[in-house]
Design a binder for this molecule. Structure first.
Ligand code: C2E
Ligand code: MG
Ligand code: MG
Length: 594
């Protein structure tokens, strides 16, 4: 129950529990007086008779407040305050100056030196208690605010700011204690964005909270090292990125083992609002034995290793090595250069003929992008398309490719309709196929360039479809409804699931070079190809064999009944002008059709 001591000007002060107060005053009588006056607050009290002893006592007991006499022999209160503020451990401890002076300039100097408050002698108990309580309360509120600003609201885990502090103090500890070691684990959940987009943010939030719980529980309970590892921290950086500081882990191998256990925990199914969700995580780890001096460097390396884990097909743990830094730098350079290259003639298109194996007429051309880098020369799309995908540059790049190809197609149709291909075949990246706006934009480009949707074929691979079944299926159906043809590209490299052929509205099956290559090498492959061709015919699919490199392959494919082909033996990818001279030797399509 509050006694009269807590009430001043009618304002009730909350009880200041367990406060510790340090009195620095050269007069022991003042120590006794203040102790008696503060008694109703039941604080723990330490005392010192001069500045130097006071600072030492403050370091030892880290008080909630220091009551500091201004008028001491030797250093004055304001001078001692200056020393306290300069000490990183004590700088935040609030100080109340006790002074006999009522000079405004002395009071101003107290505040200028960083005092939280002052009290003038002679003072009475009520006033002293009110000032001390209010300073402590303010300090506790500030601390609470500071904590709130360093905690992630959704999961209750430390956020980036707090993580960085803890990481930095772990690094300092390695400098002081040679035997101490720790690991850092950078975790990115593999399909979070997709789950968030398809099931909604509510489910996404629940998933993040569940991931946080699993990380916290499993580090505490299951990891033997964690039992005596008080500094183990699980933090959320934002999005689906989590970081764990594995405290007291002496070797990188131990850190890796812990990360692998964590991966298994995260891969268990999640049940959220009656949805059953399965996913995995990509984990990058780094260890203090790398000789780090900055928390940022250590986080960056763990992030690089995580990135590498994604690149290795996700759902795995990768230990950081310095070679990865160079690879990332190169990727970043490529990304910057690619951004600059967009819209310039560094990026251009080549066209590879797709030819009827029955009568050799030009059915179509596959549009393939090329990058002539000003310093590095030609860069293969196999190298830069994945980077364009990661950075989503593939979206503007894809639009550019389609627009250019459509313009070229219209030109060919106008100048030489007899030789020109009947339609163009454009590759669609997995990122484009996860973009709900892709259909509208594609139709806009077709309208703008005057190409009939039936004169466009889009090539997608099976693995693309596996990654985002529902959205891909909706988008392909929308393309199909507009009359756009859909081809399954690289058949034979993925699961080669025949059910996939029925599930999606394909018009064309493109047999991958890896299968074509083996035709004629042994009876098994030829029989397989024959089966694929026959099955496709039954399903109403047109078949194109890719990567025909020899006459022998061509003849065998014809014998197997494969209706169309593409490959270096027939024609390499060529720039538009070269295609026009190349097709002069082909039979006319109008004649063929007749
Ligand atoms: P893809 O769609 O399967 O394209 C066929 C690739 O095989 C092309 O390589 C082509 O030059 C190559 N090729 C054609 N015939 C033969 C042959 O007889 N032998 C051999 N060894 N190779 C042959 P490229 O142009 O390097 O493209 C590689 C991949 O990059 C493409 O595979 C496609 O996935 C991607 N890509 C290329 N251009 C684009 C584009 O404009 N947009 C998108 N999204 N992806 C593209
Ligand atoms: Mg293709
Ligand atoms: Mg292909």
């Amino acid at each position: 129950m509050p006694d009269e001591a807590f009430s001043i000007d009618g304002v009730e002060r909350a009880f200041i529990a367990h406060a510790s107060v340090l009195i620095i005053d050269d007069d022991p009588d003042i120590h006794a007086l203040i102790t008696a006056m503060l008694h109703p607050l039941r604080p723990s009290i330490e005392t010192a008779l001069d500045g130097a002893t006071g600072i030492a006592a403050a370091r030892a007991c880290l008080p909630d407040v220091i009551l500091l006499d201004q008028d001491m022999p030797g250093a004055t209160g304001i001078e001692v305050l200056g020393l306290l503020r300069a000490d990183p451990e004590l700088a935040a401890v609030p100080v109340v100056i006790i002074t006999g002076s009522d000079s405004r300039s002395v009071l101003a100097a107290c505040f200028a030196a960083g005092a939280a408050d002052y009290i003038r002698k002679p003072f009475i108990g009520v006033e002293l208690r009110a000032r001390v309580s209010s300073v402590i309360e303010r300090q506790r509120m500030l601390a609470q605010l500071g904590r709130a600003a360093r905690i992630d609201k959704l999961t209750g885990l430390p956020n980036r700011a707090l993580l960085q502090e803890r990481l930095q103090s772990a690094i300092h500890r390695t400098e002081r204690e040679p035997d101490y070691g720790f690991g850092v684990m950078f975790i990115d959940f593999d399909r979070f964005k997709m789950i968030n987009d398809s099931l909604g943010h509510d489910v996404g939030d629940l998933l993040l909270a569940e991931i946080a719980t699993r990380l916290r529980n499993n580090l505490r309970a299951n990891d033997s090292f964690a039992l005596d590892a008080a500094g183990t921290t699980v933090a959320r950086l934002g999005g689906d990125e989590f970081v764990v500081i594995l405290d007291s882990v002496r070797t990188p191998e131990q850190a890796k083992a812990a990360a692998e256990r964590m991966l298994a925990v995260l891969e268990r199914p999640y049940t959220l609002k009656s949805h059953s969700i399965r996913s995995s995580a990509s984990i990058g780890i780094t260890h203090s034995s790398g000789g780090y001096s900055s928390a940022d460097d250590m986080l960056r390396d763990a992030d690089i290793a995580m990135y590498e884990a994604k690149g290795r097909g996700k759902a795995c743990v990768v230990q950081f090595s310095t070679g990865m830094r160079e690879a990332v730098r190169q990727r970043m350079d490529t990304e910057t250069d690619l951004r600059d290259a967009l819209g310039t003639d560094q990026l251009f298109l080549v066209y590879q003929p797709i030819i009827s194996l029955e009568d050799r007429h030009l059915e179509s051309v596959e549009v393939l992008v090329r990058w002539r880098h000003p310093h590095r020369g030609m860069i293969s799309p196999a190298d830069f398309i994945p980077i364009a995908e990661e950075t989503r540059l593939i979206i503007p790049l894809g639009d550019f490719i389609l627009r250019q190809a459509c313009h070229q197609f219209v030109k060919w149709q106008t100048c030489d309709p007899d030789h020109a291909p009947g339609y163009i075949s454009v590759n669609l990246s997995r990122v484009q196929l996860a973009d709900p706006a892709i259909v509208t934009r594609t139709l806009e480009i077709l309208r703008e360039t005057g190409v009939d949707p039936r004169q466009l074929q889009l090539e997608v691979t099976e693995s693309q479809l596996m990654q985002q079944r529902e959205l891909a299926s909706t988008l392909l159906a929308a393309f199909k409804a507009e009359g756009i043809r859909i081809a399954m590209d690289d058949f034979g490299t993925g699961y080669s699931s025949l059910s996939c052929l029925q599930e999606y509205p394909f018009d064309v099956l493109k047999i991958d070079r890896a299968l074509t290559e083996n035709v004629g090498r042994d009876g098994g492959y030829s029989a397989l190809l024959h089966a694929v061709v026959t099955l496709s015919e039954n399903l109403g699919l047109h078949v194109v064999a890719e990567g025909i490199e020899t006459l022998e392959q061509l003849v065998l494919l014809q014998a197997l009944g494969c209706p169309a082909g593409q490959g270096y033996f027939l024609a390499k990818p060529m720039e538009a002008a070269v295609v026009e001279t190349w097709w002069a030797g082909l039979p006319l399509r109008s004649v063929e059709a007749a």
